[in-house]
Design a binder for this molecule. Sequence first.
Ligand SMILES: Cc1cc2nc3c(=O)[nH]c(=O)nc-3n(C[C@H](O)[C@H](O)[C@H](O)COP(=O)(O)OP(=O)(O)OC[C@H]3O[C@@H](n4cnc5c(N)ncnc54)[C@H](O)[C@@H]3O)c2cc1C
Length: 478
Amino acid sequence: MQTHGAHAVVMGAGMGGLLAARVLAGHYESVTVLDRDALPSAPRPRRGVPQGPHGHTLLPRGGAALEAFFPGLLADLEGRGVPVIRDDADEIHFEPLGHHLVGTAPGPEAAIHVPSRPMLEHRVREHLAALSTVRILEQCTVDGLRAEIGRVAGVRATAPDGPFELDADLVVDALGRGSRTPVWLDELGFPRPAEDSVKVRGAYSSVQLRIDSGALTEKMVLISATADRPTGTAMFRHEGEMWDVSVFGVGGHAPPSATTDMVDFAAEFAPVHVVDALRSAEPLTEPNSRTFPTSRWRRYDRMRTFPDGLLVLGDGVCSLNPTYGQGMTVAAMQAEALAATLLDGPHDLPRRYFRAAAKPIGDTWHLAAVADRAILGGATGPLPWPIRALAPFGDTFFAAIAADPVLLDRFLQVFTLFAPPTRLLTPSTGLRVARASLRRRRHGRTVAPSSAEANEAPVPRRPTAAPAATEAGAGPPA
Ligand SMILES: Cc1cc2nc3c(=O)[nH]c(=O)nc-3n(C[C@H](O)[C@H](O)[C@H](O)COP(=O)(O)OP(=O)(O)OC[C@H]3O[C@@H](n4cnc5c(N)ncnc54)[C@H](O)[C@@H]3O)c2cc1C
């Protein structure tokens, strides 16, 4: 592998930072990761990732990317009691925009691993720490950048024993939603990036419960908000019998913040057997509430000038409506874009990286924005015309895929981020949706297509890009 410099610094040891460091380890002689938190030696929530106690799902596309970065990671997770969903459709209850989609088992190629966020981050961190050229410095708060004319040359930080500076050929801001790059650009005399945004006005309450393993066949229950009901739930069975249960509202509707009230709230739309299991569950934590005002995409890809030696990755570039569970997968896809960009050398790196990363970010952003618009209408704030034009067809589309396995398979490819949303904008998809809509009107209910139509072969779900291989000799930690 080509070496592009002596030292790279990654600011932030969240999901984006860990993956950025994994990529840079193949291209810089050494990599230092800085985080302000004390990083727990076991899977535990921590202050710097306040979203950690809220239910997280790793989309299969993200799982595939992580496995390519850290071979053996998924087996490691499974070996630690992380549930995996493969062929059994009873293990998922998936209800986007009010349509229960039956038969959404992902199959072995796109198995869904369901680690809690603390477990996933802990294992990724351990696998990264096993690389000989990477060091992770905890309890180090990044204070700012060290700049030379026209370029970033290092970072300033504070450790428990005082302030220090690190020189670096490349600095990556992976500070999540607290990213300071717009402010630093200002200070360095560069313009700030333009921002695309979608007003979600979301609020979450989450609690960890122990649910008896015989009580539910499901390992995942996802019920999105709809145009008529601005509320939903995301429930994940994680390690052992431990569940992360989140209820949420969008468009300014806040869920209650006490466990029994949260269950009553879920009872308004969740299946009865799920609510019964929640009522007999044992609370393991106090509920935790948060708000999510806006999805934001900082358009670094559109900037004409940007300092050399600095990149941004993860939520600092794009933070998405969390109800769709895409953030960690998009961070992984940005890391893939970084890996692909570095293969062509370090010249003009920020411009090439931000443009490469804008492709997977854009695909995900548009998917989420169409759903947000379908649910929230004009309350999302101004959005470009393709999103406004597609959103009104959301209900027709989901009614069609609920009845048509071919459409369902195409949708799942896109929803799990294995395929771009444009995969759905084909004449054949349009025709199937129109036929389903006609059948629905004729029969007054959803009707499956004829067997000849339904038998069209599904496309296997798999990653579209292969990330960089693991450093030779660095296997998974024990
Ligand atoms: C309620 C909620 C639910 C979500 N659910 C899902 C889901 O189901 N699936 C999914 O894929 N995504 C989900 N997400 C999104 C996901 O959490 C993020 O996309 C992902 O964590 C982004 O990674 P990141 O590295 O950019 O930021 P983070 O993971 O937030 O990491 C930022 C890191 O920077 C550190 N840091 C911050 N400031 C400093 C400083 N000054 N100095 C040093 N270190 C600092 C923090 O300690 C932290 O470790 C959810 C988000 C929310 C809010």
